[in-house]
Design a protein around this ligand. Structure first.
Ligand code: NAP
Length: 253
């Protein structure tokens, strides 16, 4: 056991996350997730993340998007949080341009129902067209044409046993579009599917000093999913909140 002692202040919340080598050893898109949980692991308070975040965590949420080629999010989070498109400040846009990347990453929503607010800024005011990844069945259904009017709609088959889109094929569809670094912003159900599929490479988890939120864990793996191991790579502290960065241990991939 190590006792952590106070070290130098971090000038930019993004600094510890910038230099990470996000190449997946076995190929395919690297997936990092950014989540915040209470001391009891709760992922929401009153159905929203708002009361858990703020200060350095809110800043990290905004700035971490700069390391991503695409921001991946589950449709329930889009509905609960009223998601909008990615906006980045000029310093990060310039940093991305200098690295030969587009100014901002697009958002990719995963949805089997296509029950989304097409009049929201996510679809009407995005700098790069929002994607809605769905099943061929949903795309051929009554909402398919409306979805295609407002978004790019990659169709991904479900796994053999049925359900929504298959996670490996979802990530392959993103990688085929040049998205090699995927930032998943939740929610817990989508993140649980990524973990269960062995496709979460990095978890950036803020532990907020609160207890008593909704009975919703930060990661909700499906029943029967195998345990996955993660190695701690970085710890920081701000105003009582812990900022942890973990990477999947290689033999779990
Ligand atoms: N603490 C945090 O950092 C954090 C981060 C994000 C969200 N949250 C909270 O988490 C809650 C929402 O999370 P959640 O776990 O309930 O849901 P979620 O993971 O955000 O979204 C689940 C939905 O995503 C779609 N989906 C997921 N996997 C799919 C697949 N394989 N194929 C097709 N569609 C798929 C489905 O959408 P359809 O229903 O449209 O088919 C499904 O109902 C909210 O309360 C939010 O505030 C917390």
């Amino acid at each position: 056991m190590l006792r952590l002692v106070e070290g130098p202040a971090v000038a930019d919340v993004l600094d510890p996350y910038r230099g990470v080598d996000r190449i997946r050893p076995s190929g395919g898109a690297w997936v990092l997730a950014n989540m915040v949980g209470g001391l009891d692991g709760t992922a929401a308070i009153g159905g929203r993340v708002g009361a858990l975040t703020g200060g350095a965590d809110a800043e990290l949420f905004r700035r971490l998007r700069a390391v991503a080629d695409v921001v991946l999010v589950g449709a329930a989070t889009v509905r609960a949080e009223g998601y909008g498109p990615v906006r980045l400040p000029e310093d990060l846009r310039a940093e991305r341009r200098a690295a030969g990347r587009p100014d901002v990453p697009p958002v990719a929503v995963v949805s089997a129902s296509l029950r989304l607010d097409w009049s929201s800024s996510l679809f009407t005011d995005a700098e790069r067209p929002t994607m809605v990844v769905t099943t061929p069945e949903a795309a051929a259904g009554p909402t398919g044409p409306e979805a295609r009017r407002h978004a790019e709609v990659p169709e991904v088959d479900p796994p053999a046993g049925g359900g929504g889109v298959a996670v490996p094929d979802l990530l392959a569809a993103l990688a085929d579009r040049g998205h090699r670094v995927v930032l998943c912003e939740g929610g817990p159900a989508l993140l649980g599917e990524l973990v269960a599929a062995g496709r979460l490479d990095e978890l950036c988890l803020t532990v907020a000093p609160l207890v008593g939120g909704d009975p919703l864990p930060v990661v909700r793996t499906p029943p029967g999913a195998p345990l996955r191991g993660f190695a701690l790579r970085h710890v920081a502290l701000d105003d009582g909140a812990l900022f942890l960065r973990y990477e999947a241990v290689p033999d779990a991939r």
